[in-house]
Design a protein around this ligand. Sequence first.
Ligand code: B1M
Length: 210
Amino acid sequence: MAELEQLAEALIKGDRNQVAELTKKALEEGAPPKDILDNGLIAGMNVVGKRFKANEVYVPEVLIAARAMHAAMEVLEPVLAEAGHEPAGTVVLGTVKGDLHDIGKNLVGMMLTGSGLKVVDIGTDVPAETFVERCKAEGAQVCAMSALLTTTMPQMPEVIKALQDAGVQVKTIIGGAPVTQDFAEEIGADGYASDAASAVDVVKDMLSAA
Ligand code: B1M
């Protein structure tokens, strides 16, 4: 549908006002909210994700597109809630204890939200027990951890152990500049992603395998 393609294009450009207006217009004209989400917003965000992965666009463009996505979600969320639309899964996301870096985490959160998942962002400097509590409380399928410091990476196995000790059935994914696939395997994380767009692929694979 041409209008939803226009919406996707506006999102790719990061035109927040146009995205919000086109979302309102599509709703007024009777487009189903799920179509607006899937074929307009998420379709646009997927393009941004692919370009980011291919180094064709960079962090600022992703943040601007994500800001436009947020503007549209403010319009769409109440309607989706009324229509009983369930997100494809819930991800609890935080930066581990001792670590205040949040730019990468926020990008991961935005890309995951943009792919239709519910993201519960629990912030930075998050202790293991809080990851456990929030994963339980939200009934999350995925626990996502970010660390930017070599000194805070050891918190990641602490979270995984705390989740296991508490018997919380959740997949774990880790990432952040010093984190590697080898480290993920070593600590028994279920997944690793080197960037925000790859995190979407890894989480989607986890959810479809569940
Ligand atoms: Co900090 N810092 N910092 N810092 N900082 C680094 C990380 C550092 C590499 C700089 C350096 O020395 N070259 C270094 C770490 C060294 C190390 O441990 N090996 C460092 C240090 C040492 C520190 C302090 C200790 C400095 C000090 O006070 N002496 C201190 C620590 C504070 C703390 O956390 N307790 C500190 C503080 C800060 C600021 C507060 C000033 C600020 C953070 C602001 C904020 O986040 N709100 C800051 C910043 C900005 C940086 C650099 C410059 C940039 C980080 C960033 O945002 N990158 C960084 C150097 C650098 O990376 N060039 C540095 C952009 C972001 C998009 O990338 O976060 O890597 P990134 O996220 C990527 C991927 O890693 C991945 O996807 C993202 C996008 O594709 N990813 C995931 C991230 N999380 C993921 C989770 C996933 C999957 C993928 O799944 C769940």
